[in-house]
Design a protein around this ligand. Sequence first.
Ligand SMILES: [Zn+2]
Length: 122
Amino acid sequence: MITACSHKVCGKEKNIWFPTKDRYSSVKRHVYCINCGRIQNISDDRPRPVGYWMNKLGSLSFDLDLTQCQKRLIAKEIENTEYFHDTFSSFGSGQKALFIKIVSSYCDASAIDFDAFLQVKQ
Ligand SMILES: [Zn+2]
């Protein structure tokens, strides 16, 4: 695990009003980390735990006919990318984009419909 900050949330009285993409209200109270200042993602576009991405890589490896080496290298890169471990302030869509970028850097993934495969909200 390489999360640089273990995130300590601010107290309820210290949270801040911040704009949202929410349909029903334009601002919401947001909690932030008092160590690194990152704001907790309270949107619908929530991050997934790293295990989710490893499972997806496992199923994808059959569709893409990945070698053990390719699978290992992709898994290692996901494992070493902090964004996949930070379930506090990452976004699911950001993780998805990174996942596609990493997978595509080791093989030709152009035949995969990632939207259908991952079903992560944008
Ligand atoms: Zn933090």
